[in-house]
Ligand binder design. Structure first.
Ligand SMILES: [Zn+2]
Ligand SMILES: [Zn+2]
Length: 84
């Protein structure tokens, strides 16, 4: 399961290039993370602005509404905390 590039681009435009995470268990409780991301650093680790395209619903469709732009930290956190 992977998002087509066009879907990731659509989700990226929607996000404004910032992390869309709203998980309350993270270090940004009750507000959007909003960390500034760098398009070229998708999938990188430990780099400034690194991010990943995350399925809102695991196993769900590869469409923009199911694609969440998350910074590295938040993406790593989804494995620990699961979805809200
Ligand atoms: Zn984040
Ligand atoms: Zn988060």
């Amino acid at each position: 399961m992977a998002f087509p590039p066009s879907v990731v681009q659509e989700a990226w435009r929607r996000s404004g290039g910032r992390c869309e995470c709203r998980r309350t268990a993270h270090n940004h409780p009750y507000v959007r993370c909003n960390k500034e991301l760098v398009w070229e650093n998708r999938g990188a680790t430990g780099q400034r602005g690194c991010w990943e395209a995350h399925h809102v619903t695991a196993g769900g469709p590869d469409i923009a509404s199911n694609c969440e732009i998350l910074c590295c930290d938040c993406h790593a956190g989804t494995a620990t905390y699961g979805r809200p």
